[in-house]
Each structure stands twice: as structure tokens, then as C-alpha cells.
Design a protein around this ligand. Structure first.
Ligand code: FEO
Length: 400
């Protein structure tokens, strides 16, 4: 019923499209995702990764369209997170492969997660194994996105199986990224980096260096999510964007996030934004009534300013603002300047709490604005001035 799709002479896509996925551990996936798995058909048959447990039959059906699953000799598990390993135990049970391979941490993770007694063979960083007429080389990519993650490299076909790296959460009928609307492809690539990989930016810089040093020159980058990269210029672009995002050099872009109860914090946010614009920033306002945490994270990816605001509710900041700030703190954005603001009626703790979040993220907090009930024109002028002060600080840092 479900068919495999040929990518190169020996490599087939046998993955699953998950059109309905809208939440990937807190990351809002507006356009679903795919769990890509691949079959290498040579003298030996190798399956690279599997999929979520509930899609096992679709995976097996695609495999069956080109080879009997029982013909699979080896399985490579590049990443043990359950979106790629959930179906692994049942597939192994059915296929009875000669061996399953994973990184040393992958061996441990598979055992810990699956409570499995199947022997998995650990492959070392840089190790190359011959499987009949093809060789596969393995490279550890720790913390991209888990400690066990690794790349598998098929030199004969110049295919890099990169698991989560260079991926996007996007379900579409097209298999290759160059066949999809380009605005969407690059937006989802940025969203994926911002929401999954940003905390590991230092390691990504090291990985890119390693890829250069080894001289990997893929013609296909076969990720575990979303469409596959095959155009030379796209592969170069995604590598270059990863380098830019990983460096997190501040740009003259400001993100102003807030929620509001009766419109006062909204007015303050708008006045701050005007001050930022006056100071030379490009501004993205993300009022939380119309944006979710993943949208905000994507905007922060290439920003130099993060300003956050909340009114006080029951001695606290609003839950919607706490949600986004907690999420952003986990993503560890770097090199930001910012400010905290908000309105209050009587106690007014929210601004201090927002500031604490920003400081925990190591945002250079230039100042704050706090207004009782409804801002006056004078209050709004002070908010405007706060925006210009933050912009001036950013200019100083970026040398603009
Ligand atoms: Fe696609 Fe980290 O799993």
C-alpha cells in the first residue's frame, strides 16, 4: 500500500508523514512533521532509523514495496529519541537483523528507554564498516539533539544521514526541499534550529568544523524530519545558516513579547517598540494573544534585543508570559540586550519577576518600565525612551 521512494541508486526513503503533529515536546509544529527512515539496498540490506511506534506498519509497508523486511541484514539507529526508535523493538522482532548499530551512548539510551535485552553494537566516532559492496562511516554528534546522536555517511553515494541536524518539522507530499515553497522551507529550518538546536550552538560550531575537517561533501543530506536536501546551493546555505545561528551574533532586530490584561501593558509595549524603531531597530512585536512560544523563539533566533512585559496578576507575572520565558530560558539564547516592563494595580511584582527571567538568560537588562494602572502620556514617553536606550546599547554592541 505505502511505497518507498528512490533517492539514489541504492537509497530509498521509507519514512512516515505525520500530518497531524502539532506539539513536539512543547514546540508547536504548525505543519506536522515526518519521521524519515531510509533503506540502503546493496549486497546487504540496511535500514537507517525507524519511526514512532504507532507508525510501524506504514514503515514496514514502504519497505515491503522494494524488499521483504525479513531481508534486512542490519539496522542503524542514528538517534534513540522515540520519534526514531519507537518502532525499533517491533521491527527488530520481525526482521531479526544480524546486527543493530548505534553510538556508544545510543547503546545505553536504547537499553534505558526500551528496557530491551537486544544486543546493540556500539560504533566508534569515525569508524567505518563494510557491508558487502557499501561502506558506512559513523560520526558522533553528541547533543545534536541527544547525547547518543550520530551521523551515518555513505561515501559511495555521498549521502549523509544526519538525523535531527539540518532537519525541519514539515509534513509535505514533496520529498526534496527544492520542490517545496522556499519561504516555507527556510522558515521551518530556522524554526527547527530555534526550538530544538539553539541550546547546543557551541557544539554545532564544533560539528561544522569537524565536517569541514573530514571533508564530507554530501550530494544528499537525508535528515530524519521534513524534506531532504539535494541541491548543492541549498546544502551550502543550510550549513552557512547553521554557522550564523550558532554564533548568535546580535543583529539590529528587537523582539518585544508581552501579554496584557486591560491594555496598559500593550500600550507600553507599543511605545517601547516605537522607541526601538526610532533607535534604528527592526522590531517584531509578539503579543502572546496571537503568538505562541515557538513563534517567539524563532523570532529571537536572529535578534539582538529581547524585551518582555507582563502586568501583575495575583502577585505574579501572567502565566502566558511565564510560559514563554521559561521556554526561552531553556533554549539559552545568547548575546541579547533587553528590558522588562509591565503595568500593575497595587502590588506590582511582575516587572521584577520578568527581569529575573531575563537576567537568568544572561540578557543585558538596560532598564525597566513600571506603570500603575493606565499609562499617562508621560509614562508612554518614558517607555519610548526606554526603547531608544535599548537600541543605543545594541548599536554600541553591534558597531552599527
Ligand atoms: Fe527527531 Fe531528537 O528526535
Amino acid at each position: 500500500m505505502f511505497k518507498a521512494i528512490k533517492i539514489t541508486d541504492r537509497v530509498y526513503w521509507v519514512g512516515v508523514r505525520d500530518w497531524s503533529l502539532r506539539n513536539f515536546h512543547g514546540y508547536t509544529t504548525h505543519k506536522g512533521s515526518t519521521y524519515n527512515a531510509y533503506l540502503i539496498l546493496g549486497e546487504k540490506v540496511i535500514l537507517v532509523d525507524t519511526c514512532k511506534k504507532q507508525y510501524k506498519n506504514e514503515l514496514l509497508s514502504r519497505i515491503s514495496s522494494v524488499v521483504d523486511p525479513k531481508e534486512i541484514d542490519y539496522i542503524i539507529s542514528n538517534h534513540s529519541e522515540m520519534d526514531h526508535s519507537g518502532a525499533l523493538p517491533e521491527v527488530v522482532e520481525l526482521v531479526k537483523p544480524e546486527k543493530v548499530f548505534a553510538s556508544p551512548m545510543g547503546v545505553k539510551n536504547l537499553k534505558d528507554q526500551l528496557h530491551w535485552d537486544v544486543q546493540v553494537q556500539a560504533v566508534k566516532d569515525g569508524e567505518e564498516i563494510s557491508f558487502g559492496d557499501v561502506k558506512v562511516q559513523f560520526f558522533e554528534t553528541r547533543m545534536l539533539h541527544w547525547p547518543d546522536s550520530m551521523f551515518s555517511w555513505l561515501p559511495e553515494e555521498r549521502v549523509l544521514f544526519s538525523q535531527d541536524a539540518f532537519a525541519m518539522h514539515l509534513s509535505c507530499s514533496e520529498l526534496f526541499a527544492d520542490e517545496v515553497d522556499q519561504g516555507l522551507v527556510w522558515r521551518e529550518t530556522a524554526t527547527y534550529y530555534a526550538n530544538i538546536l539553539l541550546p547546543y550552538s557551541n557544539l554545532i560550531l564544533k560539528l561544522l568544523e569537524k565536517v569541514r575537517k573530514i571533508g564530507l561533501n554530501p550530494t544528499i543530506v537525508a535528515t530524519d524530519h521534513g524534506p531532504i536536501w539535494r541541491r548543492e546551493e541549498d546544502i551550502a546555505r543550510v550549513l552557512s545558516l547553521y554557522e550564523r545561528w550558532a554564533k548568535q551574533e546580535p543583529t539590529m532586530k528587537a523582539v518585544v513579547l508581552y501579554d496584557t490584561m486591560w491594555g496598559s501593558t500593550d500600550l507600553m509595549g507599543r511605545a517601547i517598540a516605537d522607541g526601538l524603531i526610532k533607535g534604528g531597530c527592526s522590531v517584531k512585536i509578539t503579543p502572546l494573544s496571537g503568538s505562541d512560544r515557538s513563534d517567539v523563539a524563532t523570532e529571537v533566533l536572529d535578534a539582538g534585543v529581547l524585551i518582555a512585559g507582563s502586568p501583575t496578576l495575583n502577585n505574579n507575572l501572567l502565566p502566558s508570559v511565564a510560559d514563554v520565558l521559561t521556554y526561552l530560558k531553556g533554549l539559552r539564547p545568547q548575546n541579547l540586550v533587553g528590558a522588562a516592563f509591565g503595568s500593575y494595580g497595587w502590588s506590582g511584582e511582575s516587572v521584577k519577576q520578568v527581569k529575573e527571567y531575563l537576567e537568568a538568560m544572561k540578557v543585558d537588562v538596560v532598564g525597566e518600565a513600571k506603570v500603575k494602572y493606565v499609562p499617562t502620556q508621560e509614562d508612554l514617553s518614558l517607555c519610548f525612551d526606554l526603547g531608544t536606550q535599548v537600541a543605543a546599547k545594541l548599536k554600541e554592541l553591534t558597531g552599527n
